[in-house]
Design a protein around this ligand. Structure first.
Ligand SMILES: [Zn+2]
Length: 250
């Protein structure tokens, strides 16, 4: 199988030799201490796990700096053609199109087929933004953007933001903040010299591609421009504090 991720992107990250078990707890620094070879992720499952651990390491450090306890989340990568039952929305089944954080069971669900389609640029005609000519989804950093966005929702849960603002603010406020959080993580990877040419563009293009135009829908996530702007705000500042604006400016 050809490498799914370009060598150098996560040069500091190593592929774990251990099997990845769905619903495994994150948050342990041990993830990076295990002996492993230094090859890049070879499968989508490995790429998703590598990025999630990278994002987890970033937020663990941010929380530590803020005197907060370590964030904890489970993740479940759903193999193509399979489904996972979640505690959200009356046990809604997460299938081949899943990319979600479910606060009720504190789990990030991502379909390996969905992530592979993103990686390969197969969804551009199906996504609201890209089907209208805004952005595109292709490449490892488009996948990384989605992982970091979903982890951003877990951060909102950890910080109690749903409880505090959930009744006052529209879905899009939380979505744009999660995009901004994805940007601050990407900034940390940039500071560590772990991004390659094109990665930033892949993330911005993906944010544009998943933006939608139905501002009257309660499920509106933000327009393509708003989503790309939110990611870029986080990326440029590298400061999660700047992402608070999305919850207060609405
Ligand atoms: Zn979201």
């Amino acid at each position: 199988m050809r490498p799914l991720i370009r060598r150098g992107l996560f040069a500091g990250a190593t592929v774990l030799a251990v099997a990845v078990v769905a619903s495994q707890h994150l948050g342990s620094a041990q993830a990076y201490e295990q002996p492993a070879d230094d090859s890049a992720p070879q499968t989508m499952e490995q790429l998703l796990t590598t990025v999630t651990k990278d994002v987890d390491t970033y937020w663990t450090s941010m929380f530590e700096d803020a005197g907060l306890s370590e964030p904890r989340v489970r993740y479940a990568w759903i193999p193509a053609g399979q489904a996972a039952a979640s505690a959200c929305d009356n046990g809604e089944t997460m299938g081949d199109s899943a990319a979600a954080y479910c606060a009720a069971d504190d789990t990030i669900y991502i379909s390996e087929k969905f992530a592979t389609d993103i990686y390969e640029g197969a969804l551009d005609q199906a996504l609201p933004g890209s089907s209208q000519g805004y952005g595109r989804t292709v490449g490892d950093f488009a996948v990384a953007y989605i992982v970091a966005h979903e982890y951003g929702h877990q951060i909102q849960d950890e910080l109690g933001l749903y409880e505090r603002y959930g009744n006052q603010l529209p879905t899009s406020a939380f979505e744009l903040q999660a995009d901004c959080y994805a940007g601050t993580w990407a900034n940390s990877a940039y500071q560590d010299n772990r991004l390659e040419d094109g990665d930033v563009q892949e993330a911005i293009d993906a944010a544009l591609a998943v933006g939608d135009f139905d501002a009257s829908s309660p499920m509106h996530h933000g327009t393509p421009e708003q989503r790309a702007e939110a990611w870029n705000t986080g990326f440029e500042s590298g400061d999660p504090g700047t992402c608070s604006d999305y919850l207060t400016a609405s």
